[in-house]
Design a protein around this ligand. Structure first.
Ligand SMILES: [Zn+2]
Ligand SMILES: [Zn+2]
Length: 242
């Protein structure tokens, strides 16, 4: 379970600006933002094949025209094409904001993997067709969460995932949970597809699925009983007296 308190004095998450907890004080971003980035990386890995499948206008698999054409009408969707390429490894990347317009998905991911490898003084594993660097980024995320560019990574991944979801129409569903938050008691707990945590939208508490499940099993029978008693009491008090 991850709570939002107590805070280390002064230090704040560069992404959400919430105070960092004592155990997060050596980092530049909090656990919650780190988990969000990790979930996006996992989602990106699953979304990329869906994006490729969305290339053709009739949504059939692409017919081998990755280069596109100069004149309309294109047999493929231009918005998808611009996200899918060009992403040739080894070109100049845009992690420092020197490219105008949206960058292709693989290029954004690759650029951040390169930046991470560079910061760690390591060589990036060679690019293979059909491969993306989301797992590499996830594996090195604990280090990235100590860097001052973590907010830039967060922003670029957020933009990328938003653009891809709009095309593949696979926005993760958010489902309000019936049990109240064990920390602030509000009915603000929400579970979301591909997110490992159930999150309280009121106080920011994060619960693993197992923690929520235990909590649900503990509190819901009592809540049902209380609801039943309240209903009965209301029914009794509205009975006309003889
Ligand atoms: Zn944060
Ligand atoms: Zn709460």
């Amino acid at each position: 379970m991850i709570t939002t308190a107590p805070a280390a004095p002064g230090a704040r998450c560069l992404i959400c600006l919430h105070p960092l907890r004592t155990e997060e004080a050596h980092r530049t971003a909090c656990d919650r933002c780190g988990h969000r980035i990790r979930a996006w990386l996992r989602e990106l890995h699953r979304q990329l094949p869906l994006l490729t499948a969305s290339l053709s206008r009739d949504t059939a698999p692409a017919q081998g025209r990755p280069g596109g054409r100069a004149h309309a009408p294109l047999p493929v969707r231009e918005d998808v094409l611009s996200l899918l390429g060009p992403a040739a490894p080894g070109t100049v990347r845009d992690t420092r904001g020197d490219q105008s317009g949206p960058a292709p998905a693989l290029a954004v991911i690759h650029a951040w993997a390169e930046r991470l490898a560079e910061a760690r003084d390591k060589r990036l594993p060679p690019y293979r067709p059909g491969h993306d660097y989301t797992r590499y980024l996830a594996a090195h995320l604990p280090y990235a969460l100590t860097r001052d560019w973590i907010a830039d990574l967060h922003t670029e991944l957020a933009e990328l995932i938003g653009r891809i979801r709009a095309i593949t129409r696979t926005t993760p569903q958010r489902r309000p949970q019936p049990a109240p938050c064990p920390s602030c008691q509000s009915f603000g707990l929400v579970a979301e597809d591909w997110q490992p945590y159930t999150e309280c939208t009121t106080c920011g508490l994060l619960l693993t699925r197992a923690e929520y499940s235990d909590h649900h099993a503990r509190v819901m029978p009592g809540l049902y009983r209380m609801g039943l008693r309240l209903t009965l009491a209301r029914h009794t008090t509205t009975e006309p007296t003889p």
